[in-house]
Design a protein. Structure first.
Length: 466
């Protein structure tokens, strides 16, 4: 990919990209980088939108085969992309799916996530510049090394499954393989499927989509995960009532802004009984709620079209039928279901621990935007640093197993970075933060992080609502 455009020259409603005229890949790159807040796609682009219009162009000037657009505008501040589709949100969703763009670029006025960060500051700009130089030089080699890792973890998962289905096992052997299936499933989910949806495994969107199919037997919609994780969680990390990772209904209280119930005083005990159910909850409730109601947690998003919804359901059921159906040909159905639920519990617990220790600790911060304006009194990058934590980053085995998600601060600041480069990025981020007086939450061991999360649960179980 060539460098960024030398200049953006706007005449009327057409922007000429000097230096990279006609390079669609840079347009996609800019779309992804600039998508930090939910744009106001339901109104015409004008100076009354979020920020001032920096550049505007018909989409046909940038990418082929797009629906008819009235205008696209890059807005600053805050960094975002606003677009108005004259053919409606359904076409925009299909177009975003085709090019792997975040859905937040095509939300209609039903979206309730109205959060506005402060403009990109010098801290963020300099950090991007430093890390960008590192990524350009090391990306190719990292992708090749990552391909080897994907093969190994996928072989572990499918090998565990094949042994369970094809071999006649003693009870203890079956239990061990069920645990192996859960462990390897979590490794594939975190280190392969997660990265594929972020588009970090390959330059090719098609290749990323193919790699994501390795997790097809999990039965979880990639479209839902992209909307939940890429759009909401990464854009609005630890933001009250928007970040769905903080939403466990009334069962758990994970932020001081959530309503406290009497049973929360015991949540530091029973939470560990709920976490193994995380995968099953995502499977049964998460993406189905998105498909049927257009809701993720407490946030409304654009609901898939009926045809798209049928495709998502078919994709979901096909993976599950293959996973369970093939096993049921060789074993009693009850045994198959028991093994499946056991592996799901192992995977759910692991993923819950990794994600909760990455955000919900005593020393991480939670954000509540202003009620009327949705304004956050920090820039996006600073909220990412304050709301995430690095855990056991010196433990290479844990880093490899989690797909680099223990370098969570770096992953959130640079979600398009290859997981194998996160340790190198961490040294740059920590040095830059130290130079600017910004604290980075670092837990030396997983045990310390789990204890911190446990203390937060206990504290929030007794603390009044703010």
């Amino acid at each position: 990919m060539r460098g960024p455009p030398d200049a953006l020259v706007t005449r009327g409603n057409i922007t000429r990209w000097t230096g990279v005229s006609g390079d669609a890949r840079w347009a996609v790159h800019l779309f992804e980088v600039l998508a930090r807040t939910t744009p106001r796609a339901s109104s015409p682009v004008s100076t009354s939108c979020v920020g001032r219009v920096r550049a505007a162009t018909p989409a046909s000037q940038l990418l082929p085969a797009s629906p008819r657009w009235s205008t696209v505008a890059f807005l600053v501040p805050p960094l975002s992309l606003s677009c108005r589709f004259t053919t409606g949100p359904d076409d925009s969703l299909r177009w975003c799916d085709r090019y792997g763009l975040p859905k937040m670029l095509a939300q209609d006025d039903k979206t309730t996530a109205k959060v506005r960060y402060q403009p990109k500051d010098e801290f963020h700009q300099r950090l991007q510049s430093e890390v960008g130089a590192l990524l350009i030089g090391a990306a190719g080699q990292a992708r090749r090394r990552l391909a080897v890792k994907i093969v190994v973890t996928s072989a572990w998962f499918y090998g565990s499954y094949a042994c369970l289905v094809l071999l006649h096992l003693r009870t203890w052997q079956a239990v061990a393989l069920v645990a192996s299936l859960g462990l390897s499933g979590a490794a594939v989910a975190m280190g392969t499927a997660h990265d594929a949806v972020h588009g970090t495994i390959s330059k090719s969107r098609r290749a990323n989509a193919v790699v994501a199919l390795l997790a097809a037997p999990f039965g979880i919609s990639r479209t839902w995960w992209r909307a939940k994780h890429n759009q909401l969680h990464h854009s609005f990390t630890n933001v009250h009532d928007v970040d769905d990772d903080l939403h466990f209904g009334r069962l758990l209280r994970l932020t001081p802004y959530q309503e406290r119930r009497w049973w929360h005083r015991y949540q530091h005990v029973y939470a560990w009984l709920l976490y193994p159910l995380l995968y099953v909850a995502m499977l049964v409730n998460g993406d189905l709620e998105f498909i049927t109601r257009g809701v993720i947690g407490t946030t409304k998003v654009a609901r898939p079209t009926p045809l798209r919804a049928l495709w998502l359901l078919a994709e979901k059921l096909t993976g599950l039928v293959l996973l369970l159906g093939l096993a049921a040909l060789a074993h009693p159905l009850l045994h198959v279901l028991a093994a499946y639920l056991g592996a799901a519990a192992v995977a759910g617990l692991i993923m819950a621990v990794v994600f909760q220790t990455g955000h919900c600790l005593e020393t991480t911060t939670f954000v509540r935007p202003e009620t009327t304006t949705g304004q956050v009194h920090q820039g996006w990058a600073l909220t990412q640093v304050a709301g995430t934590a690095d855990v056991a980053t010196s433990n290479r085995l844990y880093t490899t197993f989690t797909g680099g998600l223990n370098h969570h601060v770096e992953h959130h600041l640079f979600p398009q970075a290859n997981q194998l480069l996160l340790p190198e990025i961490a040294s740059v981020v920590r040095r830059h933060c130290a130079d600017n007086g910004v604290d980075v939450v670092v837990l030396p061991t997983l045990r310390a992080a789990v204890r911190s999360h446990q203390r937060l649960l206990r504290k929030l179980g007794h603390q009044p609502q703010l």
